[in-house]
Design a protein around this ligand. Sequence first.
Ligand SMILES: C[S@@+](CC[C@H](N)C(=O)[O-])C[C@H]1O[C@@H](n2cnc3c(N)ncnc32)[C@H](O)[C@@H]1O
Length: 284
Amino acid sequence: MSIKNYFLGVLFLAFLPFFAFSQNETDKPVFVPEEGIDGKDVIWWPTPPTLIKSMLDIAGVGPGDFVVDLGSGDGRIVIEAAKRGATAVGIEYNPDLVKLSEYRAKQEGVSGKATFLNMDLFEYDLSGATVITMYLLSDLNLRLRPSLLKLKPGTRIVSNTFDLGDWQADENITVTTPYHYPDGSFRHNVTNRGYYWIVPADVAGSWSLLGGQLKLEQHYQKIEGSWQNAGKSVPVTYGRMTGNRISFTIGDSEYTGTLENGRMQGTLKVSGETRNWEADRIEN
Ligand SMILES: C[S@@+](CC[C@H](N)C(=O)[O-])C[C@H]1O[C@@H](n2cnc3c(N)ncnc32)[C@H](O)[C@@H]1O
């Protein structure tokens, strides 16, 4: 061994602990957040794991989904979604929380599926999302509502605690979690609520149906109206959209179907018989 290589070797061994320490240091979380630290429009307050499970369960999150958590805090929802095989992104204004989330995703082995963007959630383009999760505030939800309603029909939205005003949820979530003292004895139950919506397709307007005219009015996922034929008008009842799927009743006939490329088609049940139906749009 030459003298030069020997000293290079000694130098390497001398600095080895330093390199190892630096590596460990960069792998450590940047900080441990306290509940209630500042975000931009709302503070950080984490969703409990039991509710996260229910939120992701009700939305059926799995491979093929693109989940966006608006205001992602320490990344827990994004990480859980990634563990279920989804691609997930967290939008978070607080840069320290973003760094912590990235660290936690790496620790959990999902950094390839879970990414975090340090930005204002109102600036993020939601159009690619199949599932949106949020734990914000009522007024922030209402600010988001117009953008949410423009998303692809069938996009699922789940919110911890706060609703979307008069856009009623398709389903409600209630989760009761027992909390214990450090010695393991029961302390109290905490009940958390959540809301689940499916973005409805827009079907308001007039349609040609079975030789008559179907006139639909729509209030979010609820539809009502009438079917007019030969001077008679029959009310449309029990009308509902679930993404692209439609169901309604005219008289004794129960219609179910889907909207695709401006045309609705499906089956109707009447007097024990099942028939096909289709409707073309006349005007919006
Ligand atoms: C109540 S916490 C919810 C955290 C996480 N979604 C969860 O459920 O555990 C709300 C989060 O939104 C972030 N936030 C507040 N305003 C924001 C904004 N305009 N853009 C992005 N993030 C924001 C806060 O920093 C905080 O982490």
